[in-house]
Design a binder for this molecule. Structure first.
Ligand code: MRU
Length: 343
């Protein structure tokens, strides 16, 4: 089943409920989808790309407009609103912009709606195709018997289907390789324990959960053959990904373990540098409560000062190779990224 899809409205797996409950929620208004993005019911850069695209399709369908210009104005406002939900993953903006541009070509209300929906569906289908390609290229880096350490969730749930870093693992397993995964919990929202462990177990892939603070120890003990993570944005000098990724990259370098980043071309923002990127800061409640949803059990003094950035940046010198749908890219990145991805 796809993580996000169109069925007369936008439907998505509510990831805040996993692994307790599996529920598909409906978004019939752009506001509902925007809220789902903010509270991470849908999350992960490629899934956000699809959400952005479907959000524009939803804006095109949610009200009755008799004049095409009025509909277009409404869609443009919806695009701005959707773009304000989360700042770091560049894929969200790519998805919004691409479907917005397609919709603006329409000459009638009917045509605008059709163009928007067609483009959003195309975007979602492309995500699945490129993940399979990334998987095929990346699987070549994994030998039979490898243990892969991963961070956050980069699987089916972070994409429309298959996954980026976890897609590489899935493809290698599909080829018959025996691959084990070490999943880091990924505090504070536990995408690793709630989502990665859950979805790998659903597929029968061998997964062991560790806390984020155990990464150095498992590397020191020789338990990790390589690291594969995803990305929310790749700029000229760094990879932005879930907070804690940088620590994993530094530890991998110290222990001589390859550190791979799997991401599609739409995650690259080659015109920018790390200093230009806004890192999302999330609420203090995520750190002070044991369960953010019920806000009952305190795990910190309620009035403690809190710093809660959702992402960090890993300088490209820590990255052994980038796995993309067009192939595996090695340093020097300045030369090879534009060559392979055509920037
Ligand atoms: O805050 P999230 O859960 O949206 O963060 C997601 C990540 O950091 C993922 O690692 C990244 O989007 C790559 S997903 C293929």
């Amino acid at each position: 089943m796809r993580t996000i899809f169109w069925d007369g409205c936008v439907k998505l797996i509510d990831q805040t409920l996993l692994p307790d409950r599996f529920e598909v929620m409906e978004c019939r208004k752009v506001e509902e989808l925007a809220e789902a993005i903010k509270r991470l019911a849908v999350r992960g850069a490629p899934a956000l790309e699809a959400a952005g695209g479907y959000g524009i399709a939803l804006a095109a369908h949610e009200h009755d407009f008799s004049k095409v210009e009025e509909l277009k104005e409404h869609i443009k406002k919806a695009a701005e609103y959707l773009a304000s939900t989360r700042p770091t993953a560049v894929n969200l903006f790519y998805g919004i912009d691409r479907v917005l541009r397609a919709a603006m070509e329409g000459k009638s209300v009917k045509e605008v709606r059709q163009l928007a929906l067609n483009e959003a569906e195309r975007l979602a289908n492309e995500d699945v195709e490129r993940n399979k390609l990334m998987g095929k290229h990346g699987a070549k880096l994994l030998k039979d018997g490898f243990t892969v350490l991963t961070y956050c969730n980069t699987g089916r749930l972070a994409t429309v289907d298959w996954g980026t870093a976890l897609g590489v693992v899935r493809s290698a397993v599909e080829e018959g390789k025996r691959i084990k995964v070490i999943a880091c919990e990924t505090r504070p929202l536990n995408q690793g324990s709630r989502l990665t462990a859950w979805e790998l177990m659903q597929d029968g892939i061998d997964v062991t959960l560790i806390t984020d603070s155990m990464v150095g120890m498992v590397m020191q003990k020789g338990m990790v053959d390589c690291v594969i993570v995803g990305a929310d944005r790749i700029v000229r000098d760094a990879v932005f990904n879930k907070i804690g990724t940088y620590t994993v990259a530094v530890l991998a370098k110290e222990h001589g373990i390859p550190f791979y980043v799997a991401a599609p071309a739409t995650t690259f923002d080659w015109g920018r540098e790390a200093k230009d990127v806004v890192i999302e800061e999330r609420s203090r409640e995520e750190l002070i409560y044991c369960n953010i949803k019920c806000r009952q059990t305190l795990i910190a003094p309620p009035n403690v000062k809190v710093y809660n950035p959702a992402f960090d940046s890993t300088p490209l010198r820590y990255v052994t190779a980038l796995i993309t749908e067009r192939g595996v890219i090695y340093p020097p990145y300045d030369e090879n990224i534009p060559k392979v991805l055509g920037f």
